[in-house]
Design a protein around this ligand. Structure first.
Ligand code: FAD
Length: 318
């Protein structure tokens, strides 16, 4: 079922959804089920699976020359989505990115997803990989999520890359996109980021999932600005608790967002690992309660591979 239908059917009750990483190469599918089993008890409406592009590493050969190898630490997004749908009968949502895909690769991936009965996609550009200074699109691929949306909406009306195809099957994907309450790191300002977000909506996005934030006011302001610009699709807040001391620096560094002073100071004062976790979880519970009072369509938890923290928070707020 489409995310938009899940929201409609919930009739104002906020959905619970989670986002996981596919297993590391070398692990089996049970690693995913182990993460998901405790969360499935809480009836998630859908489960997102992130996509991880291949990186390049260089190794010296015996003759002294460098050889380039392609490595993908977490392959298997599409297969894990299929496994989740089969095992739990819950909608799985693969993340689909521009990076590393030609338009033909994208079309083939979408055909697979359609055959597998996947109804939803989270459509993204993808981040630069380590060997890139800034994002480099694949030759013959897409430079922005908006271009990828255009390809999907074309397939949704039966238009494949080969325009000589006759009576081709129209797909019917529901399209989610990313939104950034504290703006995307490359954007010169929030207004310009919202201009491009609106473009994604005009091209066919059906719902937005936000980057994580720790200050609800950032989300409230973001929603207000979106509505003023006639961006009227559901905006699902992305949620993650801060649970370690190191995240005081790694979260702002990796996700380009601010941590509220009150939260950061309390963590800074505490020396105890368990206490820091408690502080972060308690902060997140308060955040979720306030977001539910605001009337959010759902709470989307970035669980990564840690289901215990997400479970604690969800049990306290649902
Ligand atoms: P875009 O919408 O293309 O925007 C990128 C930048 O370009 C922004 O600054 C925007 O303002 C600007 N822009 C947008 N359209 C245009 C245009 N037409 N012309 C000029 N400028 C434009 N990454 C992964 O690799 N795998 C994942 O699974 C993954 N999951 C994510 C899930 C969520 C909920 C979020 C919020 C992010 C996720 N990311 C993931 C990270 C994401 O790929 C990065 O944040 C990436 O840098 C931007 O992706 P986007 O889809 O927002 O890009």
């Amino acid at each position: 079922m489409k995310v938009t239908e899940h929201i409609e059917r919930a009739n104002g009750k906020p959905l619970f959804s989670v986002e996981i990483l596919p297993p590391l190469k070398g692990q089996d599918v049970n690693a995913t089920f182990k993460t998901l089993d405790p969360l499935v008890e809480l009836n998630p409406a859908f489960i997102d699976v992130t996509y991880h592009r291949q990186e390049y590493i260089y190794k010296q050969k015996e003759n002294g020359l460098l050889k380039r190898y392609q490595v993908r630490k977490r392959p298997g997004t599409v297969a894990i989505c299929a496994a989740i749908q089969n095992h739990y009968k819950i909608d799985a949502i693969p993340h689909l990115i521009c990076g590393g895909f030609t338009k033909e690769d994208t079309e083939d991936a979408l055909i697979d997803l359609n055959f597998l009965g996947i109804d939803n996609l989270l459509v993204l550009r993808g981040d630069p990989i380590k060997s890139e200074k800034s994002f480099v699109p694949e030759v013959g691929g897409h430079a922005h999520a908006s271009e990828l949306i255009e390809q999907i909406t074309a397939l949704n009306t039966g238009n494949y890359l080969d325009d000589e195809l006759q009576e081709s099957h129209a797909m019917d994907f529901c399209i989610g996109v990313a939104g950034y309450p504290e703006k995307h790191f490359e954007s010169p300002n929030l207004a310009m980021d919202l201009y491009y977000l609106k473009k994604k909506v005009e091209l066919g996005a059906d719902y937005i999932v936000t980057q994580m934030f720790f200050d609800n006011q950032k989300y409230f302001d973001f929603v207000k600005k979106c509505r003023e610009m006639d961006i009227n699709i559901p905006i699902i807040p992305g949620i993650k608790p801060l649970t370690t001391f190191n995240q005081l620096t790694s979260i702002p560094q990796n996700f380009y967002l601010d941590l509220p002073e009150a939260l950061a100071m309390e963590v800074l004062k505490s020396k105890d690992k368990e206490r820091i976790k408690e502080i972060g979880i308690e902060w997140c519970i308060q955040q979720c309660k306030e977001l539910i009072d605001f009337g959010v369509p759902g709470l989307h938890f970035y669980t990564m591979s840690n289901s215990i923290n997400t479970k604690k928070i969800a049990e306290a707020v649902y």
